[in-house]
Design a protein around this ligand. Sequence first.
Ligand code: NAP
Length: 210
Amino acid sequence: MKIGIVGAGSVGSGLGKLWTAAGHQVLLSYSRNVHKLEILAGEIGPGANVGTPREAVEFGEVVLLAVPWQAVTDALAQAGSLAGKLLFSSVNALKSDFSGLDIGTTTSAAEWIAERTPGATVVEALPVNAELLHSPSLRFGTQVPSVFYCGDDANAKATVARLLTDAGMDPIDAGPLVRARLVEPAGFLVAQVGYGLGVGPNVALKLLRR
Ligand SMILES: NC(=O)c1ccc[n+]([C@@H]2O[C@H](COP(=O)([O-])OP(=O)(O)OC[C@H]3O[C@@H](n4cnc5c(N)ncnc54)[C@H](OP(=O)(O)O)[C@@H]3O)[C@@H](O)[C@H]2O)c1
């Protein structure tokens, strides 16, 4: 699958590496230093290329939006129309000092983004702590991290679930996009436990089922 990546930081580059290893092609975009993107694409290998956010949208059957909350408006402006695209958002509405969420529980970053991307199908999934995406393995013994995803289109959700599986995670359907109001705080909670309480980045959430 062709995946355009807008924001190739910790999350975007980590997923880009894992997806190309699984046979997907990615186009990395949106940096204040284009040279950085070229180096990253070189490290990832032949499955990765570099372009502008608009080119990432044209390229991708799926477009990953992985930018800080404060950069979303600018990134979407640079990306142009996303009509007809599956927009996979990993954006959490973190305050710039990481002290909490800018918005949450009565609305969400995902809904805010969906309102501003007419014609796009938005699915949100907050990957695990990004350091894990860059570690040698996502495995915890026989287990892999659970990741909640939510959206209003069944086909788009199935595609995102497949991409999460391809990246080595256990996708959990959290329901419609409105569930992002809960998924985003949960993502922040995991980050707080990992970093805020000093457990370190090697923690992840696991949903048990039987
Ligand atoms: N990190 C995590 O563990 C984690 C987990 C779950 C969800 N999330 C969410 O996923 C999103 C991406 O997180 P991340 O950790 O990957 O972010 P990040 O490492 O800071 O990456 C941000 C990307 O956006 C680019 N960018 C371009 N213009 C920017 C600007 N004006 N301001 C800031 N960045 C700009 C950065 O490029 P340059 O720096 O090269 O310019 C970089 O490629 C966030 O919304 C975050 O809350 C993160």
